[in-house]
Ligand binder design. Structure first.
Ligand code: AMP
Length: 308
């Protein structure tokens, strides 16, 4: 298996200033695997759900080449549930409820078919679970990317620090980068966070794009100015899925290719915001993705002659 992704598969209740949805399918690994499926033929998903999770969604995922051998289904138990409310700018939100349910005692088992995975995406969930997946792999993948959030910084900071030592790329949002580093300046934060383990840091800034830091080098991808943002839930995970999916399909982990990958990730994230939950990702076509990536290129391409 070329690409393996770990993370929550969940239900979300979402409230934005413009609408509300109760108990839609969500979860970090749901968005990651759906986004990556446009770039890789097959990927393996490691997660846990209760028997309340819709079977048709699982079939949709399998039809997109997402292998579910690593997905545990716990009879009589409830899936992870998260509820959030967005502020008027749609860039920031408050978490109202996090019910771990099946995630509380999740013990991941990495299927043998995934042991040789080259690209590992450790999506948002308990750092101890992320670590357990790394520990079960007999050979280290070519690239390990990790995403996390303030929730885990608040309750499992030591475990998070331990797993940060084992990864190559960390993706977090600007607020979380500040919390993790204790620095307000994102440049200083990047330096401190890279001293914690990852070589590369990606800071997601919602509608203000994403920054890619590697040593003294920095690259910026804008976010597409959308006429209407319906629901930004999962945009960060969709970004991560597009990023690692593109890298896994090109098998090139150079800094230059990562620049391309954050443009692709940003294009994928823009789709996620257009409808509630993962709805837009389920109907998306490769042609639409290509057109959108071109829009990103046009957004920043400029001919400029410097006058001295
Ligand atoms: P994003 O908007 O990209 O940050 O991701 C939102 C998704 O993350 C939602 O679908 C939630 O189900 C999931 N989520 C929220 N909180 C957590 C958490 N503490 N751990 C793992 N996944 C979470």
């Amino acid at each position: 298996m070329n690409l393996v992704e770990v993370g929550t598969v969940a239900f979300d209740s979402i409230e934005t200033p413009f609408g509300k949805r109760d108990k839609v399918v969500g979860g970090a690994a749901t968005y990651i695997s759906l986004a990556a499926s446009f770039f890789v033929k097959e990927s393996g998903l490691i997660s846990v759900i209760g028997d309340d999770f819709p079977k048709d969604m699982l079939s949709n995922m399998e039809n997109k080449g997402i292998d579910l051998q690593g997905l545990q289904i716990k009879e009589g138990e409830k899936s992870f549930f998260w509820s959030g409310k967005y502020h008027y700018d749609m860039n920031s939100r408050d978490t109202l409820i996090t019910d771990l349910n099946v995630l509380a005692d999740f013990d991941p088992v990495v299927p043998t078919d995934y042991h040789n995975c080259e690209f590992l995406m450790l999506g948002n969930l308990a750092p101890s679970v992320q670590m357990s997946v790394i520990d079960q792999l007999p050979t280290r993948p070519k690239l390990v990317v990790l995403d996390t959030m303030n929730f885990w910084m608040d309750i499992a900071l030591d475990e998070l620090h331990a797993v940060l030592k084992k990864i190559d790329v960390l993706t977090i949002n600007d607020e979380e980068a500040r919390q993790l580093s204790g620095e307000h300046s994102l440049v200083k934060a990047a330096r401190k966070i890279c001293d914690m383990g990852p070589r590369i840091l990606i800071v997601k800034k919602g509608e203000h794009g994403a920054l890619l830091f590697h040593g003294d080098r920095v690259f910026f991808s804008p976010a597409l100015p959308l006429e209407e943002v319906v629901d930004p839930t999962g945009a960060g995970d969709t970004f991560a899925g597009g990023f690692i999916g593109y890298l896994a399909s090109t098998k090139d982990i150079s800094f230059d290719n990562m620049k391309r990958a954050i443009i692709v990730g940003s294009a994928m994230a823009s789709f996620a915001c257009e409808k509630f939950g993962p709805e837009r990702l389920l109907e998306l076509t490769k042609d639409e993705i290509d057109t959108r990536v071109r829009e990103f290129i046009n957004l920043t391409e400029v001919d400029i002659e410097l006058v001295s």
